[in-house]
Design a binder for this molecule. Structure first.
Ligand code: MN
Length: 289
């Protein structure tokens, strides 16, 4: 099992220097993996990134949220094509740096919709993501659809919806991606949705209810980690946190990051790494009871 950290803990800039900084800091904090936000796959020199990853020893994944101009669930086939093109470029870039997973809000725009998703929106999304999952399989990359709260998509807000979506694609290379921050808003509890996803769970984000220090909010992590052990989850577990101290111009505004919940990313990262590892150690001890 790999414990990872989202790059936004360290920087808001993901050009070559920004990614190199995030890689170094993620390794220093004790993580096994870095998740790089890939809003623009041409932003960094991929050869330099690959070199930095190799010297750090970190595994790498990538995530992004689509915009209204690249929304693969759009009614407009040109917008769907733009989204599919962007995600294909992300897959190529990720393949060049040895990435293992492309995840996030890749099946819809990451924004507040003002109407429910229609059957056509869902059909467009499923068709595009099915083709992308096939392409990803050729590159040795798994894809995950991240279940987010109602203010960030109108398509997948619960684990149950994500399982139905993944089953409809018919792809074995597409997984459910759960995030504790979003689960805490939409799900009945922190245990059942993990069992609902079961073997289809392929990626996990760990975020607190206010996206700050783990353990300082209302997320029931004890139940969540017990559920991961129950389904024998062994995929990536990635810490995600955002503060207005570290501002990414696209991401931060979309997510509504209006205030500082931390200023020292190094302290936050070390704390999260040990929090997650402690939770896993605690849960694994239950096997001896
Ligand atoms: Mn997330």
């Amino acid at each position: 099992m790999q414990i990872g950290c989202h790059g936004s803990v360290w920087t808001g800039q993901f050009d070559t220097a920004g990614v190199q900084l995030a890689i170094a800091k993620t390794a220093e904090a004790g993580f096994d993996l870095i998740e790089i936000p890939l809003m623009d796959p041409d932003q960094a020199d991929l050869t330099a990134v690959r070199r930095a990853l190799s010297s750090s020893g970190l595994a790498v994944t990538a995530s992004l949220g689509l915009s209204e101009h690249t929304d693969v669930s759009s009614d407009d086939p040109d917008v769907v094509a733009a989204g599919e093109n962007l995600l294909n470029r992300c897959l190529e870039a990720l393949s060049e740096i040895g990435g293992t997973h492309l995840v996030g809000v890749i099946y819809t725009a990451m924004r507040k919709y003002m109407t429910p998703a229609t059957a056509l929106n869902r059909k467009h999304s499923i068709e595009a993501i099915s083709r992308l999952a096939d392409r990803a399989a050729e590159l040795g990359i798994r894809m995950g659809v991240e279940v987010v709260n109602r203010y960030e998509s109108n398509l997948l807000n619960t684990s149950r919806q994500a399982v139905a979506y993944v089953e409809e694609t018919g792809s074995n290379n597409l997984m459910v991606h759960l995030d504790t921050y979003h689960m805490n808003i939409e799900e009945p509890d922190m245990f059942t949705p993990v069992l609902t996803a079961g073997s289809r769970l392929g990626y996990v984000h760990i975020g607190e209810s206010h996206r700050g220090y783990l353990g300082s909010g209302t997320v029931d992590f004890d139940s969540f980690f017990r559920a991961l052990a129950t389904v024998e989850y062994d995929g990536p577990i990635v810490f995600e946190s955002f503060s207005s101290a570290i501002v990414h111009p696209d991401l931060s505004n979309m997510l509504g990051i209006w205030r500082n919940l931390w200023t020292d990313g190094e302290d936050l990262g070390r704390h999260a790494n040990s929090f997650i590892r402690n939770q896993l150690a605690t849960v694994s001890s239950i096997q001896m009871h």
